[in-house]
Design a protein around this ligand. Structure first.
Ligand code: S3P
Length: 171
């Protein structure tokens, strides 16, 4: 990316299980930048876990909070920011991310996503039916939008350190 973008926050987008949080944390270390996880910040602001926010207030309320948290995190110092899988689907957040950040889509295959999500299934969207079917539907709907990100990085079968070096060389 161009030197003009060198002071921008790096924003990781992609589906649940793509590795946004774990790769983000390590990428931040590697670049000596602070790390923020939008899901964690939403939970902190609400004083509730994401499943509890969904259950008590519904998805729309969660999305409103998510939009505010993303805006706030993009305002602050340069950092690596892991977003929740739905954040980049919000037109307002997407525009803000493109204006203020460097978006990176961590792309992975359905098999990889399903495997990772089943290992730790605390995602409300995946409680609504068969997780593999839901992830497949989300892929169809979201991948064309994620593809608008500035960089696309395959996070699927590669170990995280390879993904991180791939990102660093392309920044
Ligand atoms: C969501 C993804 C989750 C979390 C919420 C909704 C989504 O984040 O924000 O459960 O719409 O894809 P992760 O992608 O970090 O799991």
């Amino acid at each position: 990316v161009s030197p003009a973008l060198a002071d921008r926050t790096i924003v990781l987008v992609g589906l649940m299980g793509a590795g946004k949080s774990s790769i983000g944390r390590r990428l931040a270390n590697r670049l000596h930048l602070p790390f923020a996880d939008a899901d964690v910040e939403i939970e902190r602001a609400a004083g509730l876990s994401i499943p509890d926010i969904f259950e008590t207030y519904g998805e729309e309320h969660f999305r409103d909070g998510e939009r505010r948290v993303i805006a706030r995190l993009l305002d602050g110092e340069r950092k690596v920011l892991a977003t929740g899988g739905g954040a980049y689907m919000d037109p307002e957040s997407r525009q803000r991310i493109e204006e203020r950040g460097i978006s990176i889509w961590l792309r992975a295959s359905l098999e990889v996503l399903v495997g990772r999500c089943l290992r730790r299934n605390n995602r409300p969207l995946l409680q609504r039916g068969d997780p593999a079917t839901i992830l497949g539907e989300l892929m169809d709907k979201r991948y064309p939008v994620y593809a608008e990100a500035r960089l696309v990085v395959d996070s699927g079968d590669n170990p995280h350190d390879i993904v991180i070096e791939d990102i660093v060389t392309r920044l």
